[in-house]
Design a protein around this ligand. Sequence first.
Ligand SMILES: Nc1ncnc2c1ncn2[C@@H]1O[C@H](COP(=O)(O)OP(=O)(O)OP(=O)(O)O)[C@@H](O)[C@H]1O
Ligand SMILES: [Mg+2]
Length: 560
Amino acid sequence: MSEPQRLLGPLTASLRAPFRTVRQRWRRSLQLRVVTATMLLGLMVVLALGTLLLHRIEAGLVQERLTAAQGEAARGLRDAQAQLGTATDSSTVNRLMNDLLPRLASPDPDDSRNVILLRAEGNRKPAVVPDLSSRRIDRSIVPQALRDRVERSGKQESQFVSVRRTGSDTETPGIAIGSRLTLPVAGQYELYFVFSLEREQQTINLVRRSLIGGGIALVLLVGAVAFVVTRQVVRPVRQAAVVAQRLSSGRLHERMVPRGEDDLARLAASFNAMAHNLQTHISQLENLSRVQQRFVSDVSHELRTPLTTIRMAGDVLHESRADFAPAVARSAELLQNQLDRFEALLSDLLEISRIDAGGDLLDVEPVDLRDVVARVVENAAPLAARTGSALQVRACPDAAVADVDVRRIERILRNLVSNALEHGNGKPVEITTAVDDQAVAVAVRDHGVGLRPGEAALVFNRFWRADPSRARTIGGSGLGLSIAIEDARLHRGWLQAWGEPGHGSCFRLTLPRGAGGELSSSPLALAPADDDEPVDVGAAYQRLPMPPLGRGTPPWVGRG
Ligand SMILES: Nc1ncnc2c1ncn2[C@@H]1O[C@H](COP(=O)(O)OP(=O)(O)OP(=O)(O)O)[C@@H](O)[C@H]1O
Ligand SMILES: [Mg+2]
């Protein structure tokens, strides 16, 4: 890690933490989402309406002022024209103009109307009345464009301007209305009335402030209403979620508390009715499952006695087969094989019954897994010879010691190795052991038929076989892996499968080193390293409750 990265790491982490909390809250809280969305929508509506309203008021006020100003300007022009009509020399015109100007402007202290007199640009008369303005209004505020229009049209023209006094920086909005004024002796002049829009501006500012204040209050109110309403709806939904969670964790007596008679009370009542029906059905199924389990257990036990007798008789026949005719001898052999299978199946069934009855205890002791593997490989040698697969052991150099029930672990590995040999198509089978601080693992890898997509989870189902019609020479009841996964689970371990058609399979057993330890990873990889495909692991299955014997029993039914 580079130096800046190392320094920035904690900073970005501390910035990210609150962001994550907000995002988490946003995703989890329906109420927060509804309130925020309502407030945002409310804000948008208030903004749109406020802007529209403000524009309307602004336009109305200005238009009204413009009409009034145009009237005042026309009246003022008429007065000026009438008063000046009598003058005959330039000094009288000058005096009259100086008297007239303050009267045309609004009387003090009202500053809303001012007057500017400007000599027309085309006026070449020798007699000159100087440009005048009331109350030190800056004469340059009259835009040239307005002057041109007045000059050209000869009618009253108006334009919005910024009013400024000479020597002052402050500007206020205003309207300039100009017309031509013919002065006796001095010729063409332009008379401009400049009306201040300050009062209108103040009114508009007041309206704007009120709209903003009102808008904020409205949005907050909408948010508060949304909060109260959603709270009323969300509370029972949250309660239902909590109760549903408790129901799913097995507390089937949990119920909601219906309040009142509204829709939410009906929801609570329907929820409770559903929970009640579920509870009844689950109890029935549990009873049924228990009866089925007992039936299987009883039948298995009952079969044991006659099987022992048949076995003894079969052994006698088998030993004397040399004295029989060839066809009868063959029958004695077949009988012996099938009796072996029958015995194995019966012992598996009894084991499953014991598992279903629960209360199985582990007889743990520190065991080196490499020794167990060596024993299993030795015992599997005849089968390996029969199938033509070589057994290759890759033991780790360090002792792979864990607290386990050796009988069960040996049973798991026996089944994994015999499965690998049976399905390994005569190719070598590798058995690898590994160990780390927390776990020990054994992986049995073959290069035979492999598993089709989805089968990595199915193999752990009871009585599941990839090809039920396949000729079976060994085992083959489909119970081996379902017992193995139960054994692994008793150790709080993992039994996982990986396989690809034509590329073989790998079954990995991972066990915590100390009894009762928790696993977080395995020291061995499940899929081959060069495999880019997503791993189809039977791992999901290991966390599900095991379906008890008997078809049609739902998987959530626990052991009786
Ligand atoms: N290494 C493997 N390669 C391919 N398929 C396998 C492998 N191991 C198990 N399977 C499939 O999973 C099925 C279930 O295996 P499981 O060990 O539970 O039963 P079984 O071997 O058929 O019978 P048994 O109860 O005698 O063990 C097998 O029938 C086979 O179809
Ligand atoms: Mg098997």
